[in-house]
Design a protein around this ligand. Sequence first.
Ligand SMILES: [Zn+2]
Length: 57
Amino acid sequence: MAFKKFGGKRFHREMHKGNWSCSDCGAEITELPFEPTPGRPVYCKECWAKRRVEKGR
Ligand SMILES: [Zn+2]
């Protein structure tokens, strides 16, 4: 695999692993680029993109 971890070097973006389902389409989400807030809806990549487009007028 090309994605090897070298001592002390971290990925620029930390991914939070877990098991959530998208509040919009119900898709399974296994990692998020941020820490999800309990009780708050989480969205998959596609729904995030959708929401951004809808919001960004
Ligand atoms: Zn979704």
